[in-house]
Design a protein around this ligand. Sequence first.
Ligand SMILES: [Mg+2]
Length: 118
Amino acid sequence: MEMTGESTIETKKILQEVSDERARQDKKWGEQNHPDGTGDIDQQEQADYARAECDLAAKGGRLTFAHILEEEFWEALAEADKGKLRTELLQVAAVSVAWIEKLDRDAKKESERGSKEG
Ligand SMILES: [Mg+2]
């Protein structure tokens, strides 16, 4: 796939699903205003560990979406600054969407393989 830096149809479709899920959450739980609970030293250490693991996996040619999402997740939890927390949470969401896109590509390939064999 050519990467143009613009949202693809696939990304937009998944973002609509995210929006639908948000609506379901609001319906079920109402507006949520919990404390952030981020930025303590243990969370910062976890973020350092996750970054190192992600780096090692990338250098070793065994990088997975689990490594990447774990790194982004812990980077978010490590942030005490609200602006930076927001940036990190957006990255968690974006990596999640990228992972869903990959699952959808896998499913598409699988169904194309199935229809050729069937
Ligand atoms: Mg990040």
